[in-house]
Design a protein around this ligand. Structure first.
Ligand code: MN
Length: 298
């Protein structure tokens, strides 16, 4: 339902389909995403060095899907660490992801790629923030050379102590000043931390920094079953003029990734039928984008 002239890609996160990214898991994720009608699959690339690039490329061609990737860092590969060796390991880890994405012809890396995705028991220190920004400046330059953009996902306070709101993230990426480094908004996290669903989208877009969007319900389950103020979000997204990638995210204990599911606190079964979940989500997103357009002041 994109506007004429735009090339909006609507994607589905692979964790709707599988928690294992072996041959069988990849096949299930690509097939499910394509059969539900999406344009793009978002792959959680936690282990870039073990990723089966050839098989992934073959599946992308077979199912005609574009690829993006997201991940959250861990303490071992934390670019926002005060320890130089840890920062270097983090940069090497993210550089390996960028190389895999380049081989796959992907355009975007996003997620919590600025720090460990976990509950923190204290605020981030100034040195941690500065180290992370410096590392991201270097990584953005590497990404630029590989034709890739990066989006920093703003997540709730229980998953990072660095970027919890759009305003924080706009300041953070503006200070870094890399043209291919943007802000990645997620409705699930916005619903927890922001004052509303429209203004943060406009603030990021007006700063020229809105680079990636996740659409997830307040309970992480099927779209429309939670408390998210969807009309405000779609209006804001349309007003912002954003025509980039929009990816559906949902997690259930039905599909388990050994570490990712635990980091995200996926303890409950939110759905069993992922094909219906994904098909309904795509219709919900298309309807929202169309409604946002019709709600615009004339
Ligand atoms: Mn997300």
């Amino acid at each position: 339902m994109s506007t004429p002239g735009s090339h909006r890609l609507i994607g589905c996160h692979a964790s709707v389909w599988t928690g294992q990214f072996d041959a069988q898991g990849l096949e299930a994720a690509f097939r499910g995403t394509a059969e539900a009608g999406f344009d793009l699959i978002e792959l959680p690339m936690f282990a870039p060095r073990d990723w089966d690039v050839a098989r992934t490329a073959a599946l992308a061609a077979e199912y005609d899907l574009a690829i993006s990737a997201s991940l959250g860092l861990t303490d071992e590969v934390n670019i926002s660490s005060e320890d130089e060796d840890t920062v270097r390991r983090g940069e090497e880890h993210l550089t390996a992801v960028l190389r895999v994405l380049h081989e796959l012809g992907s355009s975007h890396l996003c997620g919590v790629i600025y720090g460990p995705m976990q509950k923190h028991m204290r605020p981030a220190t100034e040195l941690e923030v500065r180290n992370g920004q410096a590392a991201l400046g270097r990584l953005a330059a590497t990404a630029e050379g590989l034709g890739l953009r990066m989006g920093l996902e703003i997540v709730n306070r229980y998953e990072t102590n660095i970027l919890n709101t759009a305003a924080q993230a706009v300041d953070y990426v503006t200070e870094i000043g890399a043209p291919n480094l943007g802000v990645h908004l997620d409705t699930y996290h916005m619903n927890i931390e922001e004052e509303g669903m429209r203004k943060p989208v406009l603030a990021a877009a007006r700063a020229g920094k809105l680079g990636y969007v996740h659409v997830g319900e307040s309970n992480r389950g099927p779209l429309g079953t939670g408390t998210t103020q969807w009309a405000d979000f779609w209006t804001g997204l349309t007003e912002s003029g954003y025509d980039g990638i929009v990816t559906f995210e949902s997690f259930s204990s039905r599909v388990v990734h050994p570490s990712f599911s635990n980091s995200l606190a996926i303890w409950r079964n939110m759905w069993d039928d992922n094909q219906t979940l994904a098909t309904d989500a795509l219709a919900f997103i298309r309807q929202g984008l169309a409604a946002g357009t019709s709600a615009l002041p004339t």
